[in-house]
Design a protein around this ligand. Sequence first.
Ligand SMILES: Cc1cc2nc3c(=O)[nH]c(=O)nc-3n(C[C@H](O)[C@H](O)[C@H](O)COP(=O)(O)OP(=O)(O)OC[C@H]3O[C@@H](n4cnc5c(N)ncnc54)[C@H](O)[C@@H]3O)c2cc1C
Length: 492
Amino acid sequence: MSGKKVIVIGSGLGGLSAAISLRQSGYEVEIFEKNAQIGGKLNVLKDRGYTFDLGPSILTLPHIFERLFERSGRKMADYISIRPLRPHWRNFFEDGITLDLYPEPEKMAAEARKVGEPPENIERFLKYSAGLYDLTNEGYFEQGLDNWRDFARHYGLWKFFQFDLFRNMHQGVASHLKTPYFRDIFDFFIKYVGSSAQRAPAFMNAMPTIQFRYDLWYVDGGLYNIALGLRRLMDELGIKIHLNAPVSDVRREGSRVSGLVANGTFHAADIIVSNMEVIPAYEQLLREDKTFIASLEKKLEPACSGLILDLGLDCKYPQLAHHNFFFSAHQRGHFHTVFQKRQMPDDPTIYLVAASRSDPGVAPAGCDCLKILPHIPYIDDKHPLTREDYLKFKERILDKLERMGLKDLRKHIVFEHVWTPLDIREQYNSNKGSIYGVVSDRWKNLAFKAPKQSTLYPNLFFVGGSVNPGGGMPMVVLCGQNVARKIVAWDK
Ligand SMILES: Cc1cc2nc3c(=O)[nH]c(=O)nc-3n(C[C@H](O)[C@H](O)[C@H](O)COP(=O)(O)OP(=O)(O)OC[C@H]3O[C@@H](n4cnc5c(N)ncnc54)[C@H](O)[C@@H]3O)c2cc1C
């Protein structure tokens, strides 16, 4: 048992995972969280009989979460109840075509045949994806590799080239699939990390394997029950959590950090783990100079933001599955507008969750609750949009959904809640309102995020979506486990 004290800034899933993993390694752990509840972007809104997942709504790779319980001799099933969903997603296209995604090959083949995509193309694509996933998983994910040096040491030159390095994600998709429908669908797996398939490296095509091999899961009662399950585990492990405790300062002593200030009081620590994103933490808590921040900004551009629209309806739309995508008629243009021009898209691809489809407890009887999430650019601080601008965009979303089959949607709204990128930034201190941390871009960072150990202070570590391997719930939980391993090795 180490007995040393670690303070974690922030209780997003990465912070919680790091706290639990460090406690399991014998550290005394305390968490300081600025908000009134734990979970960070894993968040919930309950109103008038409707329950909305304000943040994540798709659980993947549950075995990564299971490890947090296993290491304390417990079973996740005793804390969190999960079940696989069918179909995984429903995809709506502007020409009226609807296609479902299933992990069962025969069902997937039937969907492919509907639009003339040879089923063997999908099989070949998924084989290619599985190869990339296995390669990425054994090193980058599981070993917690952080930079080129780590990569070269782990993979060597030969394996390195198996990452399909000379193509972008879309080119990898297009070389296997021939119809625009399936190209759009598999391009849009990039949604898991809020990036563009035209800019992300081809090895991001590993993502469909996460869903097709390990399934797509729902958490009974809503995804916030993950946070509640982890809270129970943390209480049992004796991890102290301070809520409503924004950290305003990280103090230094020579080249090390010595503690932090929350609500005006200093708290000493041997090691600090920041779940506040890397750039905001260096900028606002350590007040590093502009040159250092600019050097980070060059590589760590934010992933996209989103408009989070929660609607309580007085009816059901039976054509919806639990997870739905309403595709842009010009997906390439959508990516270009959001990620390169950084403008609001005229015709966005829209993600819509109707959790009431498989969990009647989240809406009144006979009603749907919808969470709608189009991806939009992160905040441009030089020319910021106002809330009114974002609300105008909301009308474009409702127009598109009404056009694509949700007839009279506006007339059936009895409850509405909207969060803009401005709210997302304020809630979570996320860099420019990003929802997945750092963008995965072939030219800017080859999908590398920030390293887990500070390059300035050896006893300062980072965890979460702005750190390798990046955003998404399972990835930040993995990051928490990896950062704990890194701390234990460094602290020997
Ligand atoms: C709308 C939306 C939909 C998403 N959908 C999915 C999905 O379906 N599936 C999926 O896997 N992922 C999804 N994601 C991404 C996923 O939610 C995130 O990648 C992940 O939850 C982020 O975890 P994190 O560890 O980076 O911390 P965050 O969630 O960013 O939490 C950071 C925490 O630090 C706290 N904090 C910040 N600054 C301070 C400070 N100075 N003092 C104290 N506390 C501080 C914040 O309040 C927050 O609680 C979605 C995200 C959003 C927003």
